[in-house]
Design a protein around this ligand. Structure first.
Ligand code: SAH
Length: 344
């Protein structure tokens, strides 16, 4: 496999319906084939043209010669049945990771929205890559299609919590979410978009009345503390974030989930817990506490005792609190552990 960065190559998934019709007509084929192909791709999640059984053999061969079906290639996977991490290569030679997670009730995929990330959170492995590029909508959706083809169970939920900041690639992320929702049939409430806190885009999502679930990575309750661990917040203040969250609720009447990565000695004291209650007291919301997953940097996970004391403080909060005991940390597939150094 080449390590060279090539030019991006478009796939079937990038084509608009008129472009697909044009391609088929240039091949001398009837336009009803477009619907059959769409069905194979988005409903059956096939990975090759040759699997499209109701297409004539000559058309399968012709399409195969003309355009790749998929935007991404699976390079490797690791982990177990319940949590499996996949490394994909983009057509221009970059690596991204996605995670497939199964439990009794749900099969969830955690997908990436960018190669690398510009937010530079000090506790997140993706930050070490820097920002490389935005993923196209086709590359975002393709992660779900290809992981569905790998999974015995039907994917029920999609979370934009992999590599990248979804709201710094807003248009492509919303285009991808629309395809997941309208073409692949994922209910809007089964698609969660998690942002480090780009206030203008939170407002835009509300103005556009987009009903996907919104999660915000809060991680700190004071401007200064947040600035130290999430440098992006120097230009995207906590004050404007909280205001945009209130705006979102006033328009959408939907609860936001605030994620709070618990870092030892940084934001895990009882005082931090009380400040969290004060900050969110007036906003109908949920809080998801995520004990830090190790990435080998300056931070560490609080002890079980500290975590439980913190949670006990939050018992008095007016909002629901849940804890995300990340799965897959043994294969670096937990929250904040995704990063690609090289593709081999
Ligand atoms: N950029 C988006 C989505 C990617 S991160 C965002 O910030 O929300 C997904 C979640 O993982 C975020 O809540 C983030 O705060 C959390 N996270 C990052 N690094 C982590 C780590 N080392 N341990 C636990 N959670 C982490």
């Amino acid at each position: 496999m080449s390590q060279q960065k090539n030019l991006e190559k478009k796939s079937y998934l990038d084509l608009t319906p008129p472009k697909i019709e044009k391609l088929l007509s240039e091949m001398g084929e009837s336009s009803f084939r477009a619907k059959q192909i769409k069905n194979w791709v988005y409903d059956h999640c096939v990975v090759s043209w040759n699997e499209m059984e109701n297409l004539p053999q000559r058309l399968r061969v012709n399409l195969d010669k003309t355009i790749p079906l998929h935007s991404l290639k699976i390079i490797k996977s690791s982990g177990a049945e319940t949590t499996r991490k996949y490394l994909f290569e983009t057509s221009d030679g970059h690596g991204i990771e996605s995670v497939l997670m199964r439990d009794k009730k749900r099969t969830t995929v955690c997908i990436s929205s960018q190669v690398g990330c510009a937010v530079d959170c000090k506790f997140c492995a993706t930050a070490s890559m820097g920002f490389i590029k935005n993923l196209r909508a086709s590359e975002i959706v393709d992660q779900v299609i290809q992981l569905q083809s790998q999974s015995d169970s039907k994917i029920t939920n999609v979370v934009f919590m992999g590599m990248g900041e979804p709201f710094l690639n807003y248009n492509n992320v919303m285009e991808a979410a629309k395809i997941l929702n309208q073409t692949m049939g994922f209910g809007a409430r089964r698609i969660t978009i998690s942002t480090a806190g780009i206030s203008s885009k939170i407002r835009q999502m509300a103005d556009e009345n987009l009903k996907y679930k919104l999660a915000i990575s809060l991680n700190g309750t004071k401007e200064k503390n947040r600035n130290a661990i999430m440098p992006l917040t120097k230009t995207h203040s906590l004050k404007s974030l909280v205001e945009s969250a209130h705006y979102y609720y006033s328009k959408m009447h939907r609860f936001i989930t605030f994620e709070y990565v618990l870092l030892k000695g940084v934001n895990d004291s009882p005082e931090d817990g009380n400040q969290l209650i004060d900050l969110l007291r007036l906003l109908p919301c949920k809080v998801n506490v995520i004990p830090y997953n190790e990435i080998g940097g300056d931070y560490s996970r609080p002890t079980e005792d500290t975590i439980h004391i913190f949670l006990k403080i939050l018992k008095d909060a007016p909002f629901t609190v849940t804890v995300r005991w990340s799965k897959g940390t043994d294969i670096d597939a937990g929250c904040g552990q995704l990063a690609v150094k090289d593709l081999t």
